[in-house]
Ligand binder design. Structure first.
Ligand code: AMP
Ligand code: GLY
Length: 416
């Protein structure tokens, strides 16, 4: 089987590794990929969506796996173009990927399908947004479009709300678009991933990511400084409630509204005092949750995704390890405000009891690795208990060094 994965970060490195370890020994390709990914997948000569799909067709690709979201909504849409060319794609078509690309579309879908979510009002101007906030703080403001993780502000007071609204409506930092004014929910968050195939689904191991830069969940928001994954992260009772009130109605809603879906769907959920509520959908796996979850997946992920892309849920092909997995992100100097490239990475060869996925690295001419991005590496270890996974992951992370390295010491330990 010849599989092409779309993306270039730590999530795609983990996906490519999991697919490569599938028993059928598939041949892997990746676009745009990274130096680390190219150690297990071959690069692709393409310079955009259409040329990528042409390449897939002329290179007899059996399955396209969408790692990151941007290609799903670009141009005609990755899955739409694959469909036209008869290439099975694990990832939804453009019309369904609006669940991630437009927060307003997602909110209306949630409300229409009676899925628990925060109340929200869509606004077109700064004045409308201020009126919708109605002096109620904290409030949550969401730019209605893809904003590379920067489009959401949880505002404790008027000053922070005005500053975000000014960025969106006056400076147009994210381009044109509306703002959703949303009720602020409270409670621990959990990321639930399901493989969705038309009217069927399979829920993967739930995870939690650590979004803030510093220990104790302090400091600015980041793309994610680590993650913990386990079936035991949330009680069976809550998982059952999430399935009954959120996952099943989402899948039924997609079918009823003729929104085709074959791929991973990520439910960002807050466990509020009145029950689980959806705070966002993403039409892909989470990053860094993917790096924590993939090592827990056993069986034949490649065959599972191929069957899924062809409309068949083959739950018998995979199973989930019952233990724990902890992923510690090592970030470069300046992250998340900026990042620093070119710091030499050492110590990777000393890691034996953990997996390392590369998020932002580059191979130098002399064969070493250097930093090349904000999030640099994901160090992931497993264990039968949470403590074991935590200890192994942090011990392995300690073996890596580079100038300016930042990492949180409480990943997997701090419980929200
Ligand atoms: P999102 O980009 O939608 O995942 O939002 C980023 C983060 O903002 C979430 O992970 C939450 O921590 C927070 N957030 C989003 N929506 C809400 C909400 N309605 N109430 C409280 N926090 C929220
Ligand atoms: N971990 C958050 C995300 O992937 O969006």
């Amino acid at each position: 089987m010849r599989i092409l994965v779309v993306g270039k970060g730590g999530r795609e490195h983990a996906l490519v590794r999991a697919l490569a370890e599938s028993p059928g020994n598939p041949e892997l390709f990746c676009f745009p990929g990274s130096d680390a990914i190219f150690e297990i997948a071959k690069p692709v000569e393409a310079d955009g969506l259409e040329s990528l799909v042409r390449w897939m067709k002329s290179n007899a690709i059996d399955l396209c796996v969408a790692g990151e979201e941007s290609y799903l909504v670009k141009g005609e849409g990755l899955a739409n173009l694959c469909g036209k060319n008869g290439i099975p794609c694990w990832g939804p078509p453009k019309e369904s990927a609006q669940l991630e690309a437009s927060k307003e579309f997602a909110k209306e879908f949630l409300v229409r399908n009676s899925i628990p979510t925060a109340r929200a009002t869509a606004t077109d101007t700064l004045e409308e947004a201020v009126a919708a906030i109605a002096g109620e703080y904290p409030t949550v403001l969401k730019f209605d479009g893809l904003a590379a993780g920067k489009g959401v502000a949880v505002c404790p007071d008027q000053a922070s709300a005005m500053s975000f609204l000014d960025e969106v409506f006056t400076q147009r930092r994210f381009g044109p678009g509306r703002v959703l004014v949303e009720q602020c929910l409270t409670g621990p968050e959990v990321s639930v991933f399901a493989a969705i195939i038309d009217d069927q689904y399979l829920i993967f191991t739930p995870a939690r990511d650590y979004k803030r830069a510093q220990d104790g969940d302090l400091g600015p928001n980041t793309g994610g400084m680590g993650a913990v994954a386990s079936r035991r992260l949330v009680s069976q009772e809550i998982l059952d409630q999430i399935e009954k009130e959120i996952v099943r109605p989402t899948v039924d809603g997609l079918c009823r509204e003729s929104l085709p879906y074959r791929g991973f769907l990520y439910f960002g959920i807050m466990l509020t005092p009145t029950g689980p509520q959806v705070i966002e959908y993403n039409c892909r796996f989470g990053d860094p949750e993917c790096q924590a979850v993939m090592p827990l997946v056993q069986g034949d992920l490649a065959a599972f995704c191929l069957a899924g892309a062809n409309g068949e849920l083959r739950a018998d092909l995979i199973s989930f390890n019952d233990g724990w997995s902890v992923c510690v992100i090592l970030a470069s100097a300046g992250y998340p405000e900026s990042s620093r490239n070119g710091d030499k990475i050492s110590g990777l060869e000393n890691i034996t009891a953990a997996r390392v996925y590369h998020s932002g690295t580059r191979r130098t001419a002399d064969g070493n690795w250097e930093t090349h991005g904000g999030r640099v590496l994901a160090v992931v270890a497993g264990g039968d208990t949470r403590e074991e996974a935590v200890t192994q992951a942090h011990a392995a992370a300690d073996l890596v060094e580079f100038d300016g390295l930042q990492c949180r010491r409480d990943i997997g330990i701090l419980n929200f």
